[in-house]
Design a protein around this ligand. Structure first.
Ligand code: G3I
Length: 343
């Protein structure tokens, strides 16, 4: 028995109809296959926006440098002042406020449609000298006045404020700062309530480092957030600084973000940088980005600087652009992770 090809029984008209239909199917398949790539964003901010997130950078006063500014403009949809909104910068003498650095950054961001994170209202570090010597109720009033004036000045312009920064130790105990020693456990709650009154619209965050997984420190912060939520203390978000190394253990990173998110707060990666280079560095950046996009309430990532050359860890080359503003391998890993979340 001879086999016959189906074509031998098909008329010319039918064949051409099949050809047209097949090419239509192929075209549709091509659209389906290639549309995510065709629509993949080619900047970090653009890629993050596809899933409703921001991708930001900490900014230091280098906006006059052409490559710095063009990289910032192109890639990032959110900014945070690396130092300009801290207590020593904004209130160098009691009651004398200087908003110049922060105002410049906020104006710059608003003109370009970028979000602004506020960093930070209360921290044991970078306090002006006059605060360090205060005691008891005088310190309490100084803290409240500082929050009221700074958060009030920027009210309506800040997406999320780091109200309190780094108040816990690695073992989960409270850091024995001047604030803790002078004001007792209630000072964090006091700071959040004061910030809420000053800027009711901003998301109010607690921010810390060393919380890159489930550990004693993140457990303690988790209990605090749980308690605040139960008692109606206004807290809206938790910042995970994420100052990492290429060999950081991230085995519980996503799970940790998720348990905080499950308390009803947003989670944000707030100061990401990863010491190292090449594939190892890129892999850590990828894991962090994938973790954030896997958690619905993780609404943004901020890297702690634009270029390696101005990083506080410059020798460890921890950022996404090298000193010549070239994209590093880690950049590609982050961009791909953001784009795959969108598709
Ligand atoms: O402003 C002075 C300037 O007047 C002086 O000439 C110069 C001389 O060194 O110092 C300048 O201050 C420095 C400031 O950065 C601005 O450049 C301080 O000495 C320096 O200590 C300060 O470092 C900052 C550090 O926080 C302070 O602890 C880093 O830039 C900043 O990246 C870093 O950021 C922190 C976050 O806020 C919180 N999480 C950890 C993160 C890394 O430490």
């Amino acid at each position: 028995m001879t086999s016959r090809s189906p074509g031998k029984r098909t008329s010319r008209r039918t064949r051409s109809a099949i050809t047209v239909a097949a090419s239509g199917v192929l075209a549709a398949a091509a659209v389906l296959t290639f549309s995510p790539t065709a629509h993949a964003a080619d900047t970090l901010g653009g890629a993050a926006a596809q899933s409703g997130r921001y991708f930001g950078a900490a900014v230091a006063p280098h906006l006059g440098e052409t490559d710095y500014e063009s990289t910032l403009n192109r890639e990032f949809s959110s900014v945070v002042a690396e130092n300009a909104m801290k207590w020593d910068a904004t209130e160098p003498s009691p009651g004398q406020f200087n908003f110049s650095g922060g105002d410049e950054l906020v104006a710059y961001a608003k003109q370009r449609g970028k979000f602004v994170r506020g960093h930070t209202l209360v921290w044991h570090d970078q306090q002006p000298g006059w605060v360090q010597g205060l005691t008891g109720d005088t310190l309490r009033q100084a803290m409240r006045n500082h929050i009221t004036k700074v958060a009030g000045h920027y009210a309506g312009k800040i997406d999320s404020w780091d109200v309190v920064n780094e108040a816990f130790e690695g073992d989960g105990s409270r850091r024995q700062s001047n604030l803790q020693k002078q004001l007792g456990n209630g000072w964090i709650e006091d700071a959040f309530r004061t910030a809420k009154a000053a800027d009711p619209k901003a998301k109010l965050c607690y921010n810390d480092y060393g919380t890159d997984g489930i550990n004693a420190k993140s457990d303690a912060i988790y209990r605090m957030v749980q308690d605040f939520r139960a008692r109606g203390v206004p807290i809206d978000c938790v910042g995970f600084q994420s100052h990492l190394a290429s060999n950081s253990d991230l085995s519980t990173y996503r799970q940790n973000l998720q348990r905080f998110a499950d308390l009803g707060v947003h989670v944000q990666i707030t100061e990401l940088d990863v010491g190292g280079s090449g594939a190892a560095q890129a892999n850590v950046y990828r894991q962090v980005t994938q973790a954030c996009v896997a958690v619905a309430r993780c609404n943004g990532i901020t890297v702690w600087g634009v270029t390696d050359k101005y990083s506080w860890r410059a020798q460890e080359t921890p950022l996404l652009f090298n000193g010549a503003y070239q994209k590093k391998e880690a950049y590609g890993a982050v961009l791909a992770a953001l784009n795959s979340a969108a598709s």
